[in-house]
Design a protein around this ligand. Structure first.
Ligand code: EPU
Length: 423
């Protein structure tokens, strides 16, 4: 099992490149199931989660692989086993987004009910509600969700997809994908507006779907009879970009971050500017510059265009070094605070009270052995390690490999000193 040894504090400088977005690529890989033939995603990131999804698609009958240039090919001509097995689904909750496309393509699908995970309960009731509204019969059988389309196929409907924590990203993806091949018109109200959902919708339209209102909470989908595979890249990963922005700020450095669209990151740029960083558009991305005291800031995570929950842990590492007190409120996953205790081991002063964390800024962080608990929490520990005095040891690095492509190589390329060691 790999660990990271991170020497700090370091100064960073130069250009760092963001990969294709994991959370756009995963549902788009599922969308490939809608169209017999070969879909190509030229810039699908090379990550553990993407490889798990490749295994899932192959288990359904698709032919999946990378060519010599790294482009991901998915040939979904044959889908003979529309079953998402427990052994694969339990590793990655995003597997749930095969439900909508397989229901539309095969008329019947079984997917293991995903369990909870380190960041919270993560139910799928809204996904199922949406698919039922399209006419599917849905029941639970031995831990599997079974969904069956009515004899004449799915039928468009008006569907409200709001839940107790706002919209649902993969729930919107699932229902939108199923609706592309339903008869008639589907209107999804309270659709998730995340750029990754919009990217999937654009992908589907390139395949021949008819989706309007992309990027808004009201999607209107005219069903079509068939979709064709396409070759199309995914958007840059705004969470990886945001992680590098924090890397610049927490090390009092200047970084040029490439393949990032600031228009998708307005809330993130706003919080960075409020603590004193300079964030400016630059060649194919942005520059982030920080010098001097880090100001405190209050942050509340919300569905897009609000501040993303997937950057909450990273900003907590940054605010731990602020000159003053901050409050971070988690409105998407109220229990997503596994990193709090670990950062406190590095001499941060964080106090969790319900869905809030009070961050009392400290002058310096001190290196310690820490344990990664989930993907974004582990990224936050790496960021803390860049600024902390001494050598931070991060265990269970496999969490970070799920969602960041070669993070240590990328950060070392701009001046970090991170060693990956197989222990
Ligand atoms: N929710 C329900 N019922 C549902 C679905 C969701 O109550 O049927 C709740 C969730 O428990 C949560 C909220 O609604 O409180 C929002 O969850 P959402 O469904 O939007 O999350 P998701 O689609 O399962 C995606 C990302 C997550 C990211 C969230 C929120 C992918 C593969 N995953 O998950 O990414 O945190 O949206 O933006 O796109 C990550 O990359 O580290 C990650 C966890």
């Amino acid at each position: 099992m790999d660990i990271f040894e991170i020497d700090g504090p370091v100064k960073l400088s130069g250009t760092i490149e963001v990969a294709g977005a994991k959370n756009a690529a995963l549902p788009i890989m599922a969308a490939a199931l809608l169209a017999p033939g070969e879909t190509v995603i030229p810039n699908a990131p090379n990550l553990a989660d993407i490889r798990s999804f490749e295994t899932l698609l192959a288990s359904l009958g698709a032919a999946v692989g990378r060519d010599r240039t790294g482009r991901l090919h998915i040939d979904a001509t044959t889908i003979d086993t529309p079953v998402g097995e427990y052994e694969i689904v339990r590793k990655m909750r995003a597997s749930i987004c095969i439900l909508g496309p397989l229901l539309a393509r095969c008329g019947k699908v079984k997917v293991s009910m995903p369990g909870g995970c380190a960041i919270g309960d993560r139910p799928v009731d809204i996904h199922l509600r949406g698919l039922k509204a399209l006419g599917a019969r849905i029941y639970l059988e031995n831990g599997y969700i079974v969904a069956e389309a009515p004899p004449g196929g799915l039928v468009g409907a008006q569907i409200f997809l709001g839940g107790p924590f706002g919209s649902t990203v993969l729930g919107t993806d699932n229902v939108m994908m199923a609706a592309t091949l339903a008869k008639g018109t589907t209107v999804i109200e309270s659709a998730a507006c995340e750029p990754e959902v919009a990217d999937l919708a654009h992908y589907l339209n390139a395949m021949g779907a008819k989706i309007r209102g992309i990027g808004s909470p009201r999607l209107v989908i005219e069903g079509v009879t068939e979709l064709k595979p396409v070759t199309r890249p995914v958007i840059g990963d705004r969470i990886e970009a945001g992680t590098f922005m924090v890397a610049a700020a927490i090390t009092q450095s200047r970084l040029h971050i490439r393949n990032c669209d600031l228009d998708n990151m307005v809330a993130v740029a706003d919080r960075l500017r409020s603590i004193g960083a300079v964030v400016e558009p630059a060649d194919d991305g942005c520059n982030v510059v920080m010098s001097g005291a880090i100001g405190p800031a209050d942050i509340t995570t919300q569905p897009y265009p609000g501040f993303p929950t997937d950057l909450q842990a990273q900003f907590m590492a940054l605010l731990a070094l602020a000159d003053g007190n901050s409050v971070i409120t988690e409105k998407i996953y109220p229990d997503r605070f596994m990193h709090v205790a670990e950062m406190n081991r590095m001499a941060a002063n964080l106090r969790k009270e319900g869905p809030n964390v009070i961050v009392a800024g400290v002058e310096k962080l001190i290196a310690a052995p820490v344990m990664a608990s989930d993907l974004r929490a582990s990224a936050a520990l790496v960021l803390a390690g860049l600024a902390a005095h001494g050598t931070t040891v991060v265990q269970r690095v496999y969490h970070i490999d799920r969602g960041y492509e070669n993070i240590e190589e990328k950060l070392n390329g701009v001046g970090a000193a991170i060693r990956r060691i197989d222990v």
